[in-house]
Write a protein of this length. Structure first.
Length: 100
């Protein structure tokens, strides 16, 4: 619990490392997290993921779930085929979709 608290503090200050994100991301499930988000957070997530932030909260959650599902499917294909087969533009696009 103390480690998670430190992680949250680092995240608030923007000093989180990728290995820490991966470590703690396993604790959260996408659906449960989206169900607990308020409208402001949903709108921000939609904007971050290049989705239109218009509509009811349920629709925003649906859009986000669909986008997350698409990204996870794309990740599986990339792992299967290997990152080396991606062209530079495909790699840039994949990174942009993931907010990198």
């Amino acid at each position: 619990a103390a480690e998670l608290t430190k992680f949250v503090e680092k995240a608030r200050h923007g000093t989180v490392k990728n290995k820490d994100i991966v470590k703690f991301a396993k604790l959260f499930h996408d659906d449960l997290t989206l169900d607990n988000m308020g409208r402001a957070q949903l709108v921000t997530m939609c904007s971050f993921m290049n989705l239109r932030p218009y509509g009811a909260d349920a629709f925003l959650r649906f859009q986000l779930r669909s986008k997350i599902r698409d990204i996870l499917e794309d990740d599986r294909r990339i792992v299967w085929e290997g990152v080396e087969v991606l062209s530079r533009s495909e790699l840039q696009e994949a990174c942009m979709e993931r907010g990198m």
